[in-house]
Design a protein. Sequence first.
Length: 227
Amino acid sequence: MQKLLLIAITIGVNYSAWAASCPPATLAVYDSVTFSPCTIGSVTDLTFGSFGYTASGTSLVADSSIAVNPEQIGGEVGFVFSAPWGVLNGQSQDSKITYSASCDSNCSIDDWILQIAGGGSSGDGFINVAETSPEVTKGLDLSQTSGVITGNGSGTFAPVGSPFSLNVTKDIELIGGDVPFTSTSLSGVTNLLSISTQTSMTPEPSLLLLCAGLLCLLPVVRKMRRA
């Protein structure tokens, strides 16, 4: 019986470590039906999953052409999405990436950062990257020409914690403009999330249920010994 309880405690301690590390891969790997939730670096309280992708416009970018690289800067974790986003004059391109970020019972999500890199137009093209979530009242918007934010942006919000998830939609839009023989391009988009951890000695509900179930086996073990 002591061995069974030891197993239960071990499972509880490693509860948040069950998810594998997020791999450097293409978005086609991440948005496949077989992809399992994953963690980034040392921030194992936060798991990412439920990836999706939609491409639209006159010039499409396939999910297999988008590289996804996990990123950790201090306590902030997220992804760098890199692709040959680009359009000529008169063309349009839109990449919509969705995923969820979920905290365990010891943390809450309270901050996010959005950055773009390698964006520009040789004519009057337009680049806009927006990040929204139904759990966050105010999203982030980066634009090459609107002057709202150029290069990077960040925002804090009311903590989103367990059992809730942050469902992120990242919309990357390129418009080629009207000037003949010009192009508009973007090479990368970075998204990072920050979490606040909470110290608590209260066991996970799943651990309590597991221990209770093992205790119920005690009479059975005693009968087996008597037999």
